[in-house]
Design a binder for this molecule. Structure first.
Ligand code: FAD
Ligand code: NAD
Length: 482
């Protein structure tokens, strides 16, 4: 460890570690302070690699394969006999993937000459030109003060607690606990039909749990395009996720090894019992121990670190990124902000395009979108035209047994400009990147109509969706009435 750096990044999640690597590439003498200990070992990678994006996707993959082997292979003429799942093995696989990736990040920092300082970082003074950062090592050795010309705050987020359902890490858990169930709960309750509720609810339902998901809002997936939320709700309910919108949990108590949940449905109290309950009602910025009394960093009234569009705080040379600041709590948004902050410090005029941040919910089929929903486009005053194409008419999707869902495009009718793409489909998270790239290149619907898409691919449904925006999809009846 040196006493002075060009740049200190506090937090080694996707935002922080990418910032540190980019800084080293640009020649900055860089340290990244990360305090996380995961399964007994100091670990980089933040929420995303340790207890978020990656372990959840590992379990989604295992549970999907289990369900497919159990139910989907027979129609192909494949006989499997009894399909069983070894939960310990499934969790071991997940842990192995996490370990490999977090070790990989440690290797990347080392290879790039970034000092990983294992412990807690606190910005004591961000106002002077030499910023002061307190470093308290994990190994208990003496706390020191180190300095840097620039500081990037990348401390991430933690789950929101609600007083009506206190997490006890045994029966009532947050998303981290829900990645570790040692056996399949017979009955599983989930509070919050957001991204985590749908993904982790799906994992345990596929493995055999009866899953009830409580959502306080009257509208399912309120931030998605209405056509998408309607289709997703229909498909997920058909799979057996018991989604209850407009249902407020008023209490959750553990009695005789069971969680007794009381809800309020339009003024009527109901009680249900579960083996486990997951609380996933959002996340909040994590600032505990991050800012000294005289750090000088301004916060928003919602408790986030206040930043401008380039992630600059109110203090010269101090930036903040990722879940700690405004905008969606997504790993790819944190990563690009980290890179932007460093390149700005380096003097480059880069800007994250917040209009094209993709959202993906990794259920099956996946739910993904970029840009404006039809409703948002109308609210913004666009004269809107839309195109939609069902996967049930796409040969490749049908051949794969994945004919559920659709691709929808939203465009400005006057300028023909693509404003948004909304996908419910197996692989939606990949398909939607076509919309993102097209939007980045200010593509018109006509530009996309004039392109040749390979046959047979699911991407042809993108082509058909943009054709259908002008009533000219080939594999749908869109004949003009005379
Ligand atoms: P974090 O990843 O939270 O990293 C911050 C790090 O800073 C932490 O490791 C913390 O220990 C450290 N830290 C905090 N304070 C200090 C301090 N004072 N000193 C030293 N270190 C400190 N996003 C997606 O885009 N796709 C997904 O599929 C996805 N799946 C998710 C699944 C789950 C179950 C969860 C919980 C989240 C998921 N997310 C997903 C969200 C994603 O994990 C976050 O948006 C992302 O991790 C934010 O990155 P970050 O770098 O801002 O913060
Ligand atoms: P979320 O904001 O996605 O969903 C929380 C849901 O809980 C909302 O629908 C909200 O209306 C509901 N809710 C809130 N209080 C409630 C209550 N008392 N009773 C019933 N319902 C209630 O939050 P999350 O699912 O906890 O996820 C947290 C963050 O992590 C999200 O911002 C998300 O971006 C990120 N994440 C992303 C991914 C992904 O990109 N695939 C996966 C997991 C998590």
């Amino acid at each position: 460890m040196k006493q002075s750096y060009d740049l200190i990044v506090i937090g080694g999640g996707p935002g922080g570690y990418e910032a540190a690597i980019r800084a080293a590439q640009l020649g900055f003498n860089t340290a990244c302070i990360e305090k996380r200990v995961h399964k007994g070992e100091p670990a980089l990678g933040g929420t995303c690699l340790n207890v978020g994006c990656i372990p959840s996707k590992a379990l989604l993959e295992s549970s999907h394969r289990y369900e497919a082997a159990k139910h989907d292979l027979a129609e192909h003429g494949i006989t499997t006999g009894d399909v069983t799942i070894d939960i310990a093995k499934m969790l071991e696989r997940k842990d192995g993937i996490v370990k490999g990736l977090t070790a990989g990040v440690a290797g990347l920092l080392k290879g790039n000459g970034v000092d990983w300082l294992q412990g807690m970082g606190k910005l004591l003074d961000g106002k002077s030109s030499e910023k002061q950062v307190e470093f308290a090592p994990l190994d208990g050795s003496e706390t020191t003060v180190i300095t840097a010309k620039y500081v990037i705050l990348a401390a991430g987020s933690v789950p929101v607690d609600i007083p009506v359902a206190k997490v006890d890490n045994e029966f009532i858990v947050d998303s981290t606990g829900a990645l570790e169930f040692g056996e399949i709960p017979k009955r599983l309750g989930v509070i919050g039909a957001g991204v985590i509720g749908l993904e982790l609810g799906s994992v345990w339902r596929r493995l055999g749990a009866e899953v009830v998901v409580y959502e306080a809002l009257p509208q399912f997936l309120a931030s998605a395009d209405k056509a998408v939320s309607k289709e997703a709700e229909k498909l997920l309910k058909k799979q057996g996720l018991d989604i209850r919108v407009d249902t407020k949990v008023t209490s959750a108590e553990v009695k005789d090894g069971q969680v007794v949940v009381t809800t309020d449905v339009k003024g009527e109290a109901k009680t249900e019992t579960f083996d486990k309950l997951i609380v996933c009602v959002g996340r909040r910025a994590y600032k505990e121990g991050l800012l000294g009394e005289n750090s000088g960093v301004e916060l928003t009234d919602r408790g986030l670190v206040a930043v401008d569009d380039q992630c600059k705080t109110n203090l010269e040379g101090v930036y903040a990124i990722g879940d700690l600041v405004r905008g969606p709590m997504l790993a790819h948004k944190a990563m690009e902000e980290g890179v932007m902050a460093v390149e700005r410090i380096h003097g480059e005029k880069v800007q994250v395009n917040y209009d094209t941040i993709i959202s993906v919910i990794y259920t099956h089929p996946e739910i993904a979108w970029v840009g404006l929903t039809e409703e948002q486009a109308k609210e913004k005053g666009h004269e809107v035209k839309t195109g939609q194409f069902s996967l049930a008419a796409n040969g490749r999707a049908l051949a794969a047994g994945e004919g559920q869902g659709f691709i929808k495009v939203v465009a400005d009718a006057k300028t023909d400009r693509l404003l948004g793409m909304h996908v419910v489909a197996a692989g939606a998270g990949e398909i939607v990147h076509q919309g993102m790239i097209a939007m980045e290149f200010v593509s018109s619907i006509e530009d996309l109509q004039l392109m040749t898409f390979a046959h047979p691919t699911v991407s042809e449904a993108v082509h058909e969706a943009v054709l259908s925006a002008d009533g000219r999809a080939i594999h749908a009846i869109q004949r003009k009435k005379k």
